[in-house]
Design a protein around this ligand. Structure first.
Ligand code: NAD
Length: 371
């Protein structure tokens, strides 16, 4: 059965729907029409996605007689920066948008994040719709309204909370995604299981292969489970003053690795998150908080699906524990000078703490570098 599932992110006047299922792109005009108060629609995408999927969307808009413009950006993390943001905003303004016009972000997390920033700024806020095309974007970045660009001070340090009007997660679009990108998105899927849903982790251990191999129903079920979890968390804590920070499981370590490796595709965000999650479990076990068996299960599952679990997967590098800690200290997750960690008491039992000593952290990283 290839059903369409509708979920809602309950945020009072900023509430919106997430639709998950196949063929949503071809049917996009029907879903977009209620949110377009004033055509044209401005579709922003990247070169890769444009070649594969833009025609389907523009064809659907043409058929429905909805005027549209397209803006195509370079693909990749380096696009999420100020120069591109400025050019994007100018190009959006060239289309003379008015309040009630809509921008559509057709792409992965990079397009979703930069379009979100642009939408929040153009004429002091214009509506936007997310059509996520990577697994990572379908289960995570397209939902929840975090928008961002990177700066030389670090990743995602500039942006705002600005919710989309609608999310259309067309599971069929994942068929063109390469295996490495798919696995990187899968790491974020596992994150939801590990932070709060042990039964979902068991399901992923049994069915993760089907999700990655393209079983449409397994994909839909897994994406819906993740989006439901994210929608609940965002509804309870939109601006990350508490519970939403649990979604950063693996990210404190992961962002430090990304900063160290650069953002040129050597290490994908989801791969960094997978290694970061294993670090978070290792640290939890080292502090006597989490059973060693749970750490082994997590590591085994990532290994089974082909995700990296340690620094050795990143080739020979001059790792330096102190430098990794410095990256962590510059992350957004630092409050009152203390690094905020998401640790675990076991699979499905994440919690927040800033009570991790630098010595313990350095010891863990030095052991990992020596291994
Ligand atoms: P991405 O947007 O760079 O996409 C990965 C690659 O896949 C790109 O080359 C893209 O062109 C290509 N691609 C996209 N869809 C495709 C398709 N259907 N078929 C073939 N190729 C396709 O990367 P991503 O992993 O989607 O997103 C990573 C970004 O998301 C990071 O910048 C990260 O910081 C951000 N992020 C944001 C949030 C949030 O809450 N806003 C959450 C998690 C991650």
């Amino acid at each position: 059965m290839n059903a369409l599932t509708s979920l809602s992110v309950a945020l009072r006047e900023r509430s919106y729907e997430i639709l998950v299922g196949p063929n949503l792109l071809a049917d996009a005009a029907r879903h977009l029409r209620p949110v377009i108060a004033r055509p044209p629609v401005v579709v922003v995408t990247d070169f890769n996605v444009a070649q594969l999927h833009l025609d389907t969307l523009t064809g659907a808009l043409d058929e429905a007689c909805i005027d549209h413009f397209e803006i195509v950006l370079n693909a990749g993390e380096l696009t999420k920066e100020f120069d591109t943001l400025e050019r994007l905003i100018e190009e959006i303004l060239d289309t003379q948008p008015e309040r009630g016009s809509v921008i559509v972000a057709l792409g992965g997390g990079v397009i979703g994040d930069i379009v979100g920033v642009a939408a929040s700024l153009v004429i002091r806020g214009i509506d936007y719709v997310q059509i996520p095309t990577t697994l990572l974007a379908q289960v995570d970045s397209s939902v929840g309204g975090k928008t961002a660009v990177n700066t030389r001070h670090g990743k995602n340090l500039v942006g705002s909370f600005y919710q989309p009007r609608l999310v259309l997660a067309d599971t069929g679009l994942l068929d063109t995604l390469d295996g490495r990108e798919l696995r990187a998105g899968y790491a974020e899927m596992v994150k939801y299981a590990l932070l709060g849903d042990g039964a979902f982790f068991d399901w992923l251990v049994d069915n993760g292969g089907s999700v990655l191999d393209g079983d449409a129903e397994a994909r839909r079920y897994a994406i819906v489970t993740c989006c439901t979890a994210k929608a609940d968390i965002v509804a309870a804590d939109e601006r990350e003053s508490g519970r939403r920070a649990l979604l950063n499981l693996g990210h404190t370590f992961g962002h430090a690795l990304e900063a160290e490796c650069g953002y040129d595709g050597d290490l994908l965000h989801g791969e960094a998150v997978a290694i970061g999650i294993v670090f978070a479990f290792d640290l939890s076990a080292a502090l006597g908080l989490c059973p060693a068996e749970d750490v082994s299960r997590v590591r085994r599952h990532f290994n089974d699906v082909g995700l990296p679990t340690g620094l050795d997967a990143l080739g020979k590098r001059d790792w330096d524990a102190a430098s990794l800690v410095r990256h962590m200290e510059h992350d957004k997750k630092v409050r009152r000078g203390r690094i905020n960690f998401v640790l675990v008491r076991g699979i499905g039992q994440a919690f927040l703490t800033d009570d991790v000593g630098t010595d313990e952290l350095l010891r863990l990283l030095e052991d990992a570098i020596a291994a």
